[in-house]
Design a protein around this ligand. Structure first.
Ligand code: NIG
Ligand code: FE
Length: 409
């Protein structure tokens, strides 16, 4: 009996325009291309003539997909979210519109702490169900990787509960989930006026337990007047380093605390928000290769007026990413494409920069750029097909989606 012939690819996409995002200067366009995938890995990007069987497409792959001239980009990556939480904060949104501001609400026990109460009270299943709704919206826009932080538990048990829910989302949906432990997000009520004691709990109990359970890929903190100090953040980073976990930081969102510079000293994957970022910290970020994660949803929702120093980041060649920061307090966002548009309109980023911000640079912000973030031979086949005429349409559109199909490795 003759062996069935093994074909070079599991599937072949043909008649497709590709924005590989493999170059820093442009979209890396390959027009009228074919892309071949085997075992979830990209094996071929080229013209039909370069295939082993250019005139009999069926002989190249088990499945042949005609893209009819649509565009293929890397799967989108949301590299900063707080997707798992209990309740919502529409009431505080209303309070702010009646005159209160974010810091006042936080100081009065609202803000992050009201979400902490709701998250502690919710069961794992309830958290999973509410996060599922939000995740589904993002998946409809071609998301293939998402970072999800803890930080609304602020006790060991609830932080673990949140991270388990995040991991479960990655098992039950076609999405890669990177988890981040954000124990140092806010001071829980039971530690009122004892923030150093809480940081000791984070460093001596929470972090070692979470590292042992392998529940976190990275460690984050909120370095801010209403969060934790430079010294406290440093303590968290030093502990993460001992445990072999990479760090990232909510830095310079409401004031300059030199947090991004500290993050760079610890070779952080990213420093995020950055409206109040100083030139000194920019230089440190450039040296350490720390990605600037910009969060236009939070900028918009808080009606912030101070812009992150985009031109200075550009000049220093700090890679820039864009993310939803999806969270109940400052960015109840469920659309990554809307963030691209806001990155252009508010931050004056270019459409190319915003697409890099949710592909290759977002992958860097998660330490995953060897695996995903661009369409290149050897990388995972996380790709999205769009019904567009050019990739600049992805940031141009205000609401709606031209998503056609996701390929997930
Ligand atoms: O990324 N800045 C701190 N953390 C969140 C907000 C959390 C909240 O208000 O619930 C942020 O903006
Ligand atoms: Fe955040």
């Amino acid at each position: 009996m003759s062996q069935p012939e093994t074909k070079p690819f599991d599937y072949l996409i043909h008649n497709v325009h590709v924005a590989t995002m493999a170059s820093t200067d442009d979209y890396g366009v390959v027009k009228d291309a074919c892309v071949g995938v085997k075992s979830g890995v990209i094996q071929f990007i080229g013209t039909q003539q370069q295939l082993s069987h250019p005139n009999e497409l069926d002989k190249n792959a088990d499945s042949v997909i005609n893209a009819h001239g649509q565009w293929l980009t890397p799967g989108l990556i949301d590299c900063h979210t707080h997707l798992v939480y209990g309740g919502n904060r529409a009431n505080e949104f209303e309070m702010r519109l009646n005159g209160a501001d974010y810091e006042e609400i936080a100081k009065a026990g609202g803000g992050i702490l009201s979400t902490v109460r709701a998250t502690r009270a919710a069961s794992e299943q309830e958290l999973f169900d509410s996060a599922t709704k939000r995740l589904k919206s993002l998946l409809k826009e071609g998301l293939t990787t998402i970072e999800i932080k803890s930080g609304y538990g602020l006790d060991t048990e609830t932080e673990i509960k949140m991270l388990k829910v995040a991991k479960r989302l990655g098992k039950e949906f076609p999405v890669r989930v990177a988890t981040t432990f954000l124990g140092a997000h806010a001071l829980p009520p039971e530690y009122k006026d004892r923030s150093d004691d809480y940081i000791d709990l984070v460093c001596n109990e929470m972090l070692p337990t979470i590292a042992e359970l392998k529940l976190a890929d990275a460690v984050d903190a909120f370095c801010e007047n209403i969060g934790f100090s430079y010294q406290q953040t440093q303590k968290v980073f030093a502990t993460a380093k001992q445990l072999g976990l990479p760090v990232k930081l909510h830095a310079e969102q409401l004031s300059d605390q030199s947090g991004a510079g500290l993050a760079a000293d610890y070779h952080a994957l990213s420093a995020d928000h950055l409206e109040y970022l100083s030139q000194n910290s920019i230089e440190k970020m450039a040296k350490s290769g720390t990605v600037a994660v910009l969060l236009p949803g939070a900028f918009y929702f808080l009606r912030e007026t101070k812009l992150p120093p985009i031109q200075a980041l550009r000049d220093a060649k700090v890679p820039m990413a864009i993310a939803t920061d999806s969270n109940p307090g400052t960015s109840p966002a469920e659309s990554i494409l809307l963030m691209l548009n806001m990155g252009c309109t508010f931050f004056r980023m270019t459409p190319l920069e915003t697409l890099q911000g949710v592909t290759i640079n977002a992958a860097k912000a998660l330490g995953l750029d060897q695996e995903v973030g661009s369409i290149e031979v050897g990388k995972k086949a996380d790709m999205v097909l769009w019904d567009i005429e050019h990739p600049n349409q992805l940031s141009y559109q205000l609401g709606g989606s031209n998503w056609a199909r996701t390929f997930k490795s």
